[in-house]
Design a protein around this ligand. Structure first.
Ligand SMILES: [Zn+2]
Length: 183
């Protein structure tokens, strides 16, 4: 993530230096907007940085998925799961509290759509927790971090952005293309 950010800000600086006309200026704003968007998506996808766990510091010639790396990803998955479980808990309590508070049928209708949304969120969280559990299992068996399809190393940075990834970026992209064609 930091690499991408750096790249974008570098480009922006370059444009600033060369930008003479107003057209360029407008363009620059557009680029800037896009840049902040990218950062935002990234932060959301990263997830791990919210749990107080920083990116893994690789040593030179370090073996892929050595003990330290395994420990790092176990911590990451554990912290993520814990947070999700707390979230599920909160949702449940919120719904229990709210259910008691709306005797009016109109209120109840809007409340129900609220609930539907909450339940959907909870369902998503549950599925994610299941995936986290599966990843934790892979860590135990030593299969974590390798592409399920082609067997290649998925890579530390991709795994940090998506700790539950089971495909390398190439297989994932291919999979998404196939998925689109099926529709
Ligand atoms: Zn692959």
């Amino acid at each position: 993530m930091p690499t991408a950010k750096k790249k974008i800000s570098k480009t922006a600086t370059k444009k600033k230096l060369t930008g003479k006309t107003s057209t360029v200026k407008t363009k620059k704003t557009a680029v800037k907007k896009q840049a902040s968007k990218v950062t935002a998506t990234h932060t959301a996808a990263d997830g791990f940085s919210f749990h107080g766990i920083g990116p893994y510091q690789e040593q030179k010639n370090e073996e892929y998925m050595n003990e330290n790396q395994i420990a790092h990803f176990r911590n990451l998955l554990d912290a993520w799961k814990k947070e999700l479980m707390e979230e599920v808990d909160r949702t449940l309590h919120y719904m229990q509290d709210e259910a008691a508070n709306f005797p009016d049928p109109n209120d109840r209708a809007s409340q129900e759509s609220d609930f539907t949304m909450e339940l959907r969120t909870r369902d998503r969280e549950r599925k994610l927790i299941k995936k986290i559990d599966e990843s934790t299992e892979l860590l135990k068996t030593g299969d974590y971090g390798y592409c399920e399809s082609c067997g290649i190393e998925i890579g530390i940075r991709r795994l940090e952005a998506r700790p539950t990834a089971t495909y390398c970026i190439d297989c994932k992209t291919l999979d998404e293309i196939k998925e689109k064609q099926r529709k």
